[in-house]
Design a protein around this ligand. Sequence first.
Ligand code: AMP
Length: 473
Amino acid sequence: MSRGSSWKEECGVFGVWDHEDASRLTYLGLYAMQHRGQESAGIVSCHEGLHLSHKGLGLVGDVFHEPELLSLQGRMSIGHVRYSTTGQNLLANAQPLLANLVSGPVALAHNGNIVNSKQLRSGLQDQGAIFQGTNDTEILLHQIARVPSSDIVECLKKALPQLVGAYSFVLMTHDKLVALRDPLGFRPLVLGKKMNEKGQWSPVVASETCAFDLIGAQLVREIEPGEIFWVDKNGEHSERFAPKSINTQHAKCIFEHVYFARPDSIVFGRSVYEARKKFGRWLAKEAPVDADVVIPVPDGGIPAALGYSLESGIPFEHGIIRNHYVGRTFIQPHQSIRSFGVKIKLNPQSAVLAGKRVIVVDDSLVRGTTSQKIIALVRQAGAKEVHLRIASPPTIGPCYYGVDTPQKSQLIAALQSIEEIRKFVEADSLAYISLEGLFAAFGEAPVPGAKSFCAACFDGHYPTPLMDGALSS
Ligand code: AMP
């Protein structure tokens, strides 16, 4: 499947039960998780058994204003932010998706990628199903609709085993809020509690804990891989839709910790900020170099650069200043725009760099375009030497589970040696943290003993069968 296809999605999901400010809390939760998706945003609330919805293309703050939030009445609400590589900026793909089933209305928000979606979709179309958008999330709605039960949890338990891949789902019916995570637990999903105006704890769910921080909710626990959690008028419930294996084999995405999640979130039970700092420390041990200053590529490289500086004793400085009013360079669809983006976004300062031997630390190197531009700018600012250190291993494989990495032909480390990459980015030296080092820093058993994480982008071991022609891309 090529990069231009519709099924690579980075997303954030949110849900809240029984709160007078349900849609407003959802808005804030999405706002905190804007980094997980910038293409579209949507909120569905439930008022007197009916679903009210507002979705739009763009950032949360652009899509929602006071009138929209006022119209989203009700004590229960779910929301979604989405970025996909599709290039088709279709409002039909904006989530939460809505459907009217025999049992009533259902709204659905998804983070992840179903790797057998093409097969499932064509099977459903053969049976007469009509799809509104091109995303893989609609498939679950069709599957639920085909189960002869009015109980959404029963429907889900029957439908979910057909899905292969990564999914954290939040659903809302007229009387239930449901949250679930695929059996391998690729994408994060956390359960929290927020005091409502009646002095009762209302359950909230979100992709990341930074959403809880903003709304003043407390983290309770993770939704477990293979768990279906729901809340209704009888209280909170939890069941497994996939058996817990004895040698618990999970595939939590290590890239959430490397790059994707916000550093102030707790993901898979660990602080993202601390993890990144540890990656930096380990990198300093594995790849030391004599230098005068350590600078991060902002913002992603900051915690790792701090770790590198602490471990090496070389001073940390903000040598590159970021313009915060420019979007992430990576999300620009065309190479030319992306390259330009680096220049308008990051400005190296001579006051820190002139005449210095500089260590530049970034969280990852994908195509190499960003590093190449940054190193050129750091040299223009007067640096004497530039040593590039990457706080993740070489990215050699595309992600089929919900992170937007390009296809193999564009991953520089899949095609070139480290020395060739060094020449391409024009660094005096280049080193990546090793995969073993990444997991050791993280406190996990070294690969291949590590059973908890998916590191397919770094080691090429995909934890599920890859369908839909994924391997051909
Ligand atoms: P590249 O120019 O392709 O090597 O991009 C590397 C830069 O993109 C690094 O500074 C990373 O912080 C950032 N990056 C890595 N992965 C992603 C991603 N999936 N989405 C957006 N940015 C990313």
